[in-house]
Design a protein around this ligand. Structure first.
Ligand SMILES: [Zn+2]
Length: 306
């Protein structure tokens, strides 16, 4: 082949290859929000299957078990004797430091209501898929902090999974530098996703709003108590960490018409927007990991600046 055709040929080939392989991010969100998992309500067979899928993905990515286990089981509020327990799924990537960043996303949803399956594609199969994408990135690009990836159960019924986690922690809480919580990250339909938490932890703001070069923008907000219902401080699992005085950053989109309805399905997700959002969040967390680790006395600094 003539030399001047080789470069365009390679470009076309790599483009075809890239696009013939569906992205793992989309496969994960599609799988977890399929009818097979029956809406992933805590304590059901569907939720157990979802936990099983996440554990298999953790193994595939190459995460390590935490205290010899992928799971933290707990009794669900109001459950009868012999009922399925709640299951938090966890795995880690050791960093250069022993302090931890905990990346979390709840995997439970509402189950079946009046015969309709609530698949919770955005809420929160999307967060779990985003967490798996981050785990894959850090497996290939070793982090400074030790990273703990936790998929919480029973968020929808009173943050039970994360409350259990912080009250009987599998790792010492005084080592936790930060919680990154992902909940509803696939529907940045207006090209905006929010990071909530910098009102409480202003020193974190400079680390999170500097990657806004792409199509989807990350905006700080939804964390001032004066906003009333629009203050998301207690709206998902990051609140359990906040109550233990652990800094958090919560990433999520504003409510949409499919929120907590049976129409929150995979088909509603704009695939390109979700891919861009996931990349933006991974980049942001990679940045945080590097820049926060430059602070030797992280905890002391944190208390001073609060
Ligand atoms: Zn949620």
């Amino acid at each position: 082949m003539n030399i001047r055709y080789i470069i365009p040929f390679i470009l076309v080939l790599s483009f075809c290859f890239k696009n013939s392989r569906p992205q793992q991010l989309l496969l994960d969100v599609k799988e977890l929000s399929s009818d097979k998992y029956e809406g992933r309500k805590a304590g059901t067979e569907g939720s157990r299957k979802a936990a099983g899928y996440i554990i298999e993905r953790f193994k595939e990515i190459g995460l390590q078990r935490v205290n010899n286990s992928w799971k933290q089981e707990f009794k669900l509020n109001g459950s009868k004797k012999g009922a399925f327990p709640g299951i938090n799924v966890m795995g880690s990537i050791p960093g250069k430091r022993k302090d931890l960043i905990i990346v979390s996303a709840h995997y439970d949803h509402l189950g079946k209501i009046n015969g309709a399956i609530y698949n919770g594609a955005d809420d929160n199969a999307s967060g779990v898929a985003g967490l798996l994408a981050m785990a894959t990135y850090f497996k290939n690009n070793p982090p400074e902090f030790t990273l703990l990836f936790v998929c919480f159960d029973a968020e929808e019924s009173g943050l039970q999974g994360s409350k259990t986690f912080v009250s009987t922690p599998p790792v010492p809480l005084n080592l936790v530098a930060l919680n990154i919580n992902l909940d509803m990250i696939s529907r940045a339909d207006n090209k905006k996703i929010f990071v909530c938490g910098t009102h409480h932890f202003p020193y974190l703001k400079k680390y999170v709003t500097n990657n806004n070069k792409g199509e989807v923008k990350l905006l700080a907000g939804h964390d001032d108590p004066r906003l009333g219902r629009d203050d998301w401080t207690n709206q998902s699992d990051h609140y359990s960490f906040y109550q233990k005085h652990i800094p958090f950053l919560y990433f999520g989109v504003e409510d949409h018409p499919d929120y907590h309805r049976y129409t929150d399905d995979y088909e509603k997700i704009d695939r390109e927007t979700f891919s861009n959002t996931s990349e933006l969040l991974t980049k942001t967390v990679a940045d945080l990991d590097k820049k926060l680790s430059l602070q030797k006395t992280f905890r002391e600094k944190l208390i001073m600046e609060k």
